[in-house]
Design a protein around this ligand. Sequence first.
Ligand code: MN
Length: 409
Amino acid sequence: MAESRLVIFDTTLRDGEQAPGFSLRVDEKVRMARQLEALGVDIIEAGFPIASEADAEAVRQISQTVESTVVAALARCAPGDVDRAAWAIKPARRGRIHTFIATSDLHLSRKLNFTREQALGAAVSAVARARTYTDDVEFSAEDATRTDPDFLCQVIEAVIDAGATTINLPDTVGYSTPDEIGSFFVEVITRVTNADKATFSAHCHDDLGLAVANTLAAIGAGARQVECTINGIGERAGNASLEEIVMATRVRHDRLAVSTGVRTEQLYAASRLLTELTGESVQANKAIVGRNAFAHEAGIHQDGMLKDRRCYEIMRPEDVGVPQSTLVLGRHSGRHAVARRCEQLGLILNRHDLDKVYRQMVALADRQKHIHDDDLANIVAAVLGVPVTTRLRETPPGVSHEAGYGFGV
Ligand code: MN
């Protein structure tokens, strides 16, 4: 399969930011946008300008700030929305208007009180209006995965004719499954006669924990843009996580023959900046960027890591910007890791002493979760009968060691 370019559309500052507890001030959004540009995303969706004065201002300032990244602004299929979005992206070197309308009967009848014909008309008019401001226009059929396929294809064909260059088919409520969304993209791309004139895009939510899996299935079925967020933040259970999608395409390039422009070594910095700005941390076991993503405590795992890290790591922490793997000393650790840590602290123990240190360490770890360097120093001092703390201070915490491992807590 020939490799093709996958466009990364980051919506951290729009879908992510509109989730409860994640709102950011204008200056904070600008700071995050700079980091997203450093990360190398293709498009930053910076906000929904009609929603508030602050949203409009943030999009405007981000448009003035970023250099080469496309800045997108969201707009409903209404003239006022499109005009406001156009104003906000005007300073951008490259600006996109992203206009959307729901197409499922449920949303049309219960939420919008629109007929299908009204929705189709509004979509075509909004896309045509957006094209008078920029030649980069994206259309989203909200709730696409629950939309009647005949009607959806009719709308998509019409908006491409009206000038839409990207067609986004969101799984707005995270309802789809990977096999289903794959068939769905194949069906739409096959049936829409002018599909070759647009880039198809996936926007998956994580209500069933399937956002990334569904996004990858959509890529397999022909999507060449993915909408995602740092740390997977977004409405309800969140959006597909950017770092997971990007690393899946990189680590499993044998299964997903697409390339991105993302500088993966900036992923961790992006994740950390977002948690700092929002005050919302990610779970310890979060893939790629969680505190435990490259941490090992179990003895068998630590032993394997020390022999060859590929035993338990499918990617290198430095590839995603995490400084080093950590071998955490705790109740589940083994002698090999204790010996290595002692060595790194300048303490060479014979087998007999190591055995004693190891047993005391495990006993202490039964009472406290993690063993810090000071704890280990005290144990070694007691076993050897000499003070060792001064030697321990010679190795500053967090330094990289010859094998590239650090030990942390
Ligand atoms: Mn969404």
